[in-house]
Design a protein around this ligand. Structure first.
Ligand code: GTP
Ligand code: MG
Length: 203
């Protein structure tokens, strides 16, 4: 995928402040600190497009980005276990849910899990909730660089079985770039299923 342009559009907390619905949109979701913002940076080949931090709870607003003027990426705050004040955390659930339920141009949620951990009850519940709302989900197992090849393959198979998935999750690392092309292809595939959507350049 040739990245011609990437732009931060805006941050928002409620629909009144979202940018206009003009491009197909992909949202990146997952637990705090799992690597959502790093994944966006890897896909767009920008080190600091989305702000990352080793402290959970870095992304606190819904951040909208535009890639090649053809697709919109959304960096969501993480859910669960964030070391942020309770009052802030309580607002995130409804904020994320409202976005996911109301965004007409949303074509895919990339649900990011740490390859080293079994999905938590919260992650499973979130997946079920997305299915209930008929939202397409792509599972990405990140931080594969933290495991040996053999361990990564074993964990990949285990998590697929654990979740009862019929399609393969994508093994990914923001450090090595593993899985980047596969994720772009999956996004392209989602766009291709709807002929009314504009096309992302070939990967
Ligand atoms: P919140 O915004 O707080 O919910 O976090 P996030 O999910 O956006 O995570 P972020 O991208 O900020 O990354 C969290 C930490 O994990 C940072 O220290 C990253 O450098 C690290 N990290 C992210 N992806 C990878 C990866 O693939 N491999 C390794 N080794 N570290 C990663
Ligand atoms: Mg983040």
């Amino acid at each position: 995928m040739k990245i011609v342009s990437t732009e931060f559009i805006k941050s928002a907390t409620s629909p009144a402040h979202y940018p206009e619905e003009e491009l197909p949109e992909v949202a990146f979701a997952g637990k705090s600190n799992v690597g959502k913002s790093s994944l966006i940076n890897a896909l767009t080949q920008r080190k600091k497009l989305a702000r990352t931090s080793s402290t959970p709870g870095c992304t606190q607003l819904i951040n909208f980005f535009k890639v090649n003027n053809q697709i919109s990426f959304v960096d969501l705050p993480g859910y669960g276990f964030a070391k942020v004040p309770e009052t802030v955390r309580k607002k995130w659930g409804p904020m994320i849910e409202t976005y996911l339920k109301e965004r007409e141009t949303l074509i895919l949620v990339v649900l990011i899990l740490d390859v080293r951990r079994d999905p938590s009850a919260e992650e499973i519940a979130f997946h079920q909730w997305l299915c209930l709302y008929n939202i397409s989900v792509l599972f990405v197992l990140t931080k594969s660089d933290k495991l040996s090849r053999n361990q990564a393959v074993v964990r990949h198979r285990h998590i697929k079985e654990f979740l009862g998935l019929t399609t393969d999750p994508i093994l990914f690392s923001a450090r090595t770039g593993e899985g980047k092309i596969a994720i772009w292809k999956a996004i392209q595939n989602e766009i291709d299923q709807d002929p009314s959507l504009s096309i992302v350049p070939k990967v």
